[in-house]
Design a protein around this ligand. Structure first.
Ligand SMILES: Nc1ncnc2c1ncn2[C@@H]1O[C@H](COP(=O)(O)OP(=O)(O)OP(=O)(O)O)[C@@H](O)[C@H]1O
Ligand SMILES: [Mg+2]
Length: 279
């Protein structure tokens, strides 16, 4: 189905990183989780804090970018395995985000090499990542939207934007303002992901914001904390609900006449003949 899914929030709705991670962990196909939040990535110090990343990620690409255009090969070398245990090896990859948010601005500027801005190059290259013949859906954590959002190319070039929000009046107002910018002609479709309970029920929110709700994730502090701190809660409510998001997205796309989903095919685990991905 779609190759690039941008996950973001408007003001007042934390949960983007946790939601993107839960989606990736329960995604039914090969998936690449890209930490593209201009404010910085959290997984190196959180979910993957036990793992030596050896400086992999966007930080190292910042210096590469100044010298030459991004290629899928350079990108591949910055990826780490998100869930290397057992059969899941190399089916879930992570591009660690910026440790220094000051670098986000550099990514927004046209490069000296004459290439497009870094975020544009990243948006173009991420969906091209392959392991042999195996393709990856990309879930990009784009963080909180701002008036001048440096990572905008990822959102405009996405196949679908997921807007994370709480079903409260305050969050809905902020989301409504954000949607006015997101839902412009030529921009990708948007679906909502709600977290927890609030004054709106799911259907009311969809009607009010004129945007389909792909999922209503539970307020599940235990699972969310475990995800933030690096232990995977195998059976938590949050992960169970996250596992239902991809089919819901597929339904929304089909109802909207958007590109149809391809069958969920998980390639057989390939022997690690390429040394680019480590744990
Ligand atoms: N479904 C959930 N249930 C309970 N708590 C949650 C849930 N999702 C996220 N949280 C909690 O909310 C807090 C913020 O989550 P997270 O880091 O995912 O937000 P964010 O939008 O990425 O924030 P930031 O702007 O800092 O990157 C964390 O403490 C996290 O554990
Ligand atoms: Mg975050």
């Amino acid at each position: 189905m779609m190759a690039l899914i941008a996950v973001c929030s408007a003001k007042g709705s934390p949960g983007v990183t946790t939601t993107a991670l839960a989606l990736a962990l329960r995604w039914p196909r090969r998936v690449l989780l890209a930490e593209c939040d201009p404010a910085g990535g959290d997984l190196a110090a959180g979910f993957l804090r036990e793992v030596a990343l050896d400086g992999r990620g966007l930080d190292r690409l910042t210096s590469t970018l100044a010298r030459r255009p991004l290629t899928t090969n350079t990108l591949w070398n910055e990826l780490v395995d998100l869930a290397p245990d057992g059969d899941s090896a190399r089916t879930k990859l992570l591009l660690p985000g910026l440790a220094d948010p000051a670098q986000a601005a550099t990514w927004g500027e046209p490069q000296r090499t004459g290439q497009a801005a870094g975020w544009d190059q990243l948006a173009a290259q991420l969906p091209m990542i392959r392991d042999g013949a195996e393709e990856y859906d990309v879930i990009a954590d784009c963080g909180r939207l701002a008036a001048a959002h440096p990572a905008t190319p990822l959102i405009t070039k996405a196949d679908l934007v997921l807007l994370v929000l709480r079903p409260t009046l305050i969050s809905a107002r902020a989301a409504s303002a954000a949607l006015q910018h997101l839902l412009q002609p030529g921009r990708p479709p948007v679906a909502l992901v709600t977290i927890g309970d609030g004054s709106y029920r799911t259907k009311e929110l969809a009607l009010e914001l004129r945007t389909p709700v792909a999922a209503a994730l539970p307020d599940d502090t235990r699972s969310a904390d475990a995800l933030s701190q690096g232990s995977t809660p195998r059976h938590g409510r949050l992960l169970r609900a996250a596992g239902r998001v991809e089919p819901a997205i597929r339904r929304i796309c089909e109802e909207d006449g958007l590109p149809a989903a391809s069958p969920a095919v998980l390639g057989r685990r390939r022997v690690a003949e390429e040394a680019g991905v480590v744990h």
